[in-house]
Design a protein around this ligand. Structure first.
Ligand SMILES: Nc1nc2c(ncn2[C@@H]2O[C@H](COP(=O)(O)OP(=O)(O)O)[C@@H](O)[C@H]2O)c(=O)[nH]1
Ligand SMILES: [Mg+2]
Length: 80
């Protein structure tokens, strides 16, 4: 898949508040500081899409990013 567009959608601490699972999703899961954010930025060719930190334990959130929105226009951000 060619990534043409990528944007941050929302961060959550509660999985119940995450966007509805109405799209294919790729999950990047791993220990703190292993390079998850760096990998997301590399794949999307956006240096600042996912925040990268030198210190472990900075991010304790579930972050959702939307890739190629024009291919999947029905996505709606879930509020709250
Ligand atoms: N040497 C090296 N450092 C990396 C690599 N990928 C990420 N890092 C560094 O590892 C640290 C944590 O990366 P980050 O992407 O924030 O990890 P995350 O906590 O899993 O999201 C940052 O200082 C990155 O610059 C890599 O492939 N090689
Ligand atoms: Mg990270």
């Amino acid at each position: 898949m060619e990534i043409k567009e990528a944007r941050f959608v929302v961060s959550n601490t509660d999985v119940k508040k995450c966007p509805p699972p109405n799209k294919p999703e790729y999950a990047f899961i791993g220990r703190s500081n292993v390079g998850k954010s760096s990998l997301i930025n590399r794949l999307t060719n956006k240096k600042t899409l996912a925040k990268i930190s030198g210190k472990p334990g900075k991010t304790r959130l579930i972050n959702h990013y939307l890739i190629n929105e024009e291919v999947m226009p029905k996505f709606q951000k879930k509020s709250g």
